[in-house]
Design a protein around this ligand. Structure first.
Ligand code: FMN
Length: 212
C-alpha cells in the first residue's frame, strides 16, 4: 500500500454503457474508510454516457462528483483526461489500484496494445508496468475476435478482465441490487470487500435458509 493512510484508487470512466456502475463505484469508494484518495478521470464519451444514461451533464468537470453523488467529497480529485502529465501518469506516484468502469472496447484495445494517448489509458498502462492492480470492467456484446484477443493480451499483462455481467444467485429485486452486487465483487478484487456483498455459501445452505 502507498505511504498515505488508506488506499489511493484511480477510477477511470469510459464511453461504454453502464454509467450507473461508475456512479455506484464512486459512491462506495467515497464511503469506504479504507480509501484515502480517489482520482477520477472521465473520457469525453464517458461524460456523454452520464448525460445519456443518468441525465447528468458534466459541465464544469470539477462539479461532476457532486452531481453524481449529491454531495462533494474531499477524497475525490478530478483529473482531465487530456492531462497525460497528471500524477497518475507516472509510476513514481503510488496508486494502489485502478478500476475502469465501464471500460469501452476502445479503451481495452489501448491498454492491450500499450497505446496511451489519453490519461485513462496511460494510467492503466502504468498500473501494468508497475505490477499494480488494474480491473477492466469491459462492456459490449457480442464480442468480436479482436475484443477477445485484446482481453487475452490485457489479462496476460496482469489486468483483471471483469465484464459488466450481473449475477442472479442473490435473488436481485431491483437494478440497484444487480449493480451493487457487481460493484462489490469489483471492489473485492482490489482488497476492499464490502459488507453489502452477497456471499454464496452453497446450495445446501440456501435450501436450509428457505426452509427456516
Ligand atoms: C450511447 C453510447 C453507448 C456506447 N456503448 C458502448 C459500449 O457499451 N461498449 C463499447 O465498447 N463502446 C460503446 N460506445 C462506443 C464508445 O463510446 C466509443 O468507441 C468511444 O470512442 C470510446 O472512447 P473512450 O474509450 O475514450 O471513452 C458507446 C457510445 C455511445 C455514444
Amino acid at each position: 500500500m502507498s505511504q498515505t493512510k488508506g488506499q489511493i484508487v484511480t477510477l477511470g470512466v469510459t464511453g461504454a454503457s453502464g454509467a450507473l456502475l461508475a456512479q455506484k463505484a464512486l459512491h462506495l469508494l467515497v464511503e469506504d474508510a479504507r480509501v484515502a484518495k480517489i482520482h477520477l478521470v472521465v473520457t469525453e464519451t464517458g461524460q456523454r454516457l452520464f448525460a445519456e444514461e443518468l441525465s447528468i451533464s458534466s459541465g464544469d468537470l470539477k462539479q461532476l462528483p457532486a452531481r453524481l453523488l449529491g454531495k462533494s467529497s474531499e477524497k475525490i480529485e478530478v483529473l482531465p483526461n487530456k492531462d497525460v502529465g497528471a500524477s497518475i501518469a507516472s509510476g513514481s506516484y503510488e496508486v494502489d489500484a485502478m478500476l475502469v468502469i465501464p471500460c469501452s472496447m476502445g479503451c481495452l484495445s489501448a491498454v492491450a496494445n500499450g497505446s496511451c494517448d489519453d490519461l485513462v489509458s496511460r494510467a492503466a498502462d502504468v498500473m501494468l508496468k508497475e505490477g499494480r492492480k488494474l480491473v477492466l470492467c469491459i462492456r459490449d456484446t457480442p464480442f468480436s475476435r479482436i475484443h477477445i484477443e485484446n482481453m487475452m493480451r490485457a489479462q496476460s499483462a496482469g489486468a483483471v478482465i471483469m465484464p459488466a455481467v450481473p449475477s442472479f444467485y442473490h435473488h436481485p429485486k431491483t437494478i440497484d441490487d444487480l449493480v451493487t452486487q457487481y460493484i462489490c465483487r469489483v471492489l473485492a478484487q482490489i482488497g476492499l470487500p464490502q459488507d453489502g456483498m452477497y456471499r454464496w455459501t452453497g446450495s445446501h445452505s440456501e435450501a436450509k435458509k428457505a426452509e427456516a
